[in-house]
Ligand binder design. Structure first.
Ligand SMILES: NC(=O)c1ccc[n+]([C@@H]2O[C@H](COP(=O)([O-])OP(=O)(O)OC[C@H]3O[C@@H](n4cnc5c(N)ncnc54)[C@H](OP(=O)(O)O)[C@@H]3O)[C@@H](O)[C@H]2O)c1
Length: 237
């Protein structure tokens, strides 16, 4: 079984890649800039099974198209695609968010998901596989990371619903996960401390807890067009 994880060199993507390789999947992960980190992750994955990685910027269509063509040529199909790569913006307040910054966040977090779904489609359909998109609680509640981040993650939810509806008859399932704060580099240590106070469970998530939701969405073949919340009870606030 072939799985592809974008932004799999660290953080949530690495935890997902690790879960997949331990479950017996052949893991192909992508990274954008940190070659050393990617090679380190690759070595760790190979202790458990088969893995390889490709350098790919999800916001560049030609790069995405060529990378998925290479993966498709090598493996013939893709059983699981996890669109995990994403970024948070530099400024959270709308008056400080420039037009270029707005576009940068949308290009990576939303257009990147569209590109990866589009480029992988023939291989996903061939496998009657599944797609899991990383949204965020920000896509449902707004949050404090800014209008660009929240809009991109809300867009991922819309894309997930529409694609799930379109691909159901081909036997392909499409779901999203909306994590609350997770212990990765995406948020600063200072912000993490503050976010713990907001959480009913008084902590933020471990990346492995998001990977666990990915495992559920792969295994339960009757779930499609859903967004799974993994946020430590934030809706009880
Ligand atoms: N951490 C949280 O609290 C949290 C909460 C909800 C949702 N999420 C979502 O979960 C996903 C993973 O986040 P994380 O917390 O694991 O963040 P992270 O530790 O910062 O990792 C993000 C990964 O995405 C890659 N990436 C960023 N821009 C890219 C691009 N243009 N093309 C390809 N890869 C790119 C990064 O590589 P480079 O740095 O080399 O670009 C890195 O591998 C994101 O979509 C994020 O929005 C995170």
């Amino acid at each position: 079984m072939i799985s592809v994880v974008t932004g799999g060199d660290r953080g949530i993507g690495k935890a997902i890649s690790m879960m997949l390789v331990k479950e017996g999947y052949n893991v192909v992960f992508t990274y954008r800039s940190r070659e050393n980190e990617a090679n380190k992750t690759l070595n760790e994955l190979r202790e458990y099974g088969r893995a390889e990685c490709y350098k790919m910027d999800v916001s560049k269509w030609e790069e995405v198209r060529e990378t998925f063509k290479k993966i498709g040529d090598a493996y013939g199909k893709i059983d699981v695609l996890v669109n995990n790569a994403g970024i948070a913006g530099e400024n959270a307040k709308i008056d400080l968010i420039g037009v270029d910054e707005w576009k940068r966040i949308i290009d990576v977090n939303l257009t990147g998901v569209f590109y990866c779904c589009k480029a992988s489609l023939p291989y996903i359909i061939k496998a009657r596989g599944c797609i899991i998109n990383m949204s965020s609680i920000a896509g449902k509640m707004g949050g404090k990371l800014g209008v660009h981040y929240a809009s991109s993650k809300a867009g991922v939810i819309g894309l997930t619903f529409a694609l799930a509806s379109e691909l159901a008859e081909k036997g392909v399932r499409v779901n999203a996960i909306a994590p609350g704060p997770v212990d990765t580099e995406l948020i600063s240590e200072e912000v993490k401390e503050k976010l713990k106070e907001f959480s009913p469970l008084k902590r933020i998530a471990k990346p492995e807890e998001i990977a666990h939701a990915v495992k559920f969405l792969i295994e339960n073949e009757y779930v499609t067009g859903e967004v799974i919340d993994v946020n430590g009870g934030r809706y009880m606030d």
